[in-house]
Design a protein around this ligand. Sequence first.
Ligand code: TGC
Ligand code: FAD
Length: 392
Amino acid sequence: MKPDLFEAPDYYNIDDLLTEEHKLIRDAARAWVKRDVSPIIEEAAQKAEFPKSIIPGLAEIGAFGPYIPEQYGGAGLDQISYGLIMQEIERGDSGVRSTASVQSSLVMYPIWKYGNEDQRNKYLPKLASGEWMGSFGLTEPDHGSNPAGMVTSFKDKGDHYLLNGAKLWISNSPFCDVAVVWAKNEEGRIHGLIVERGMEGFSTPETHNKWSLRASATGELIFQDVKVPKENLLPNKSGLGAPLGCLDSARYGIAWGAIGAAMDCYDTALRYSKERIQFGKPIGAFQLQQKKLAEMITEITKAQLLALRLGQLKNEDKATSAQISMAKRNNVDMAIKIAREARQMLGGMGITGEYPIMRHMMNLESVITYEGTHDIHLLITGLDITGLSAFK
Ligand code: TGC
Ligand code: FAD
């Protein structure tokens, strides 16, 4: 892969709206990605291996629990800082951002928000430091967009719960130490349980042959009569709203992350367009190529403003689930379209691993699917503005 010459676009001087702390945190994450992610990520993706060597670096830049209070090992930052860290990581690779999203918003967040003090103290510091890695089990083989239909269940056996079922498409599952698993009790109510590697009957087979998110490990969570200690049930929230609350936090991070992938594609295409000569002049001088670049920077700028405003609302605890859903949908759709256009601008070189664009493009096929598909998010906005549910 070519050296990482990335320069972040900021067409509307959005940096002026950030604090000095935001910029320091963003720049530290950006420098780490250039130094530790860019040189290894293409090979990791080609080999379809999650590069475990980057886990300590992710912890160091505050990517594990950016907004979790410092008393639990988190970085105690605001929501805009969290977003900026996700943007920079996904500029490197969506799969690396996935690992951080799952750890922070889908594992640490529910333990922090729905767990008790013993659970917070036991798990959060080790998850923040990367000593333990987590996964989040909501999706099942027959229940993806409709998690309410899940069949994974647990029974009260007096001194423990007995858990049975299976989860599919689970990021980090092959190497996770703990999994936050959503399952129904005997009354059909959804609860979160913390399942630990080593519990008898718990296995995590890897899913192979993915063309997307290849540098992220994806797999199953299988539970065959797993005895889960009663103290591992998250006591403070139940029902579908509990896992969906975690998704709000992760979807928000993705809305920022997608901007990173888009910026990398745009920056690569812009540089290439000035260097590549055809018909005696740089391809960037042709009107059709300029149209592509002009539309890319316009869409990136709109996405940056959407994410920043959403971050302000989140900092004030005013962001609605529907607003978060809109930003996830819009920004991922923006990024995947930019990746497709940028790839074309590089001609044949665009399909090689010399440049990051094709990897971003393939990764974004997962990002537009997970955490709610593009169409599910359209229907969430539809429900919000009409009051009529297309799901029931
Ligand atoms: P519905 O009846 O609308 O709601 C059930 C209860 O949940 C509440 N609620 C929410 N709470 C918090 N945050 C949200 N975003 C919420 N949305 C709904 C709602 O108020 C209600 O509460 P209550 O107290 O009245 O019971 O539920 P529904 O069954 O009609 O489904 C709605 C729908 C389709 C929007 C939802 O099921 C959905 O979002 N489906 C998409 C599934 C999804 O996103 N799965 C993601 C799996 S995790 C993942 O992909 C990780 S990838 C990680 C990575 O690698 O980065
Ligand atoms: P389906 O729900 O079967 O949907 C298939 C198609 O039908 C989609 O186009 C969808 O939009 C459409 N559709 C469905 N319902 C409707 C409707 N009502 N109206 C209109 N169209 C509809 N899950 C986890 O729990 N944890 C994870 O860590 C995790 N990581 C993932 C990592 C990767 C790489 C991938 C690909 C997925 C991951 N997922 C994870 C699962 C992800 O959330 C689901 O794939 C996603 O929610 C969609 O579910 P599905 O794949 O079963 O598709």
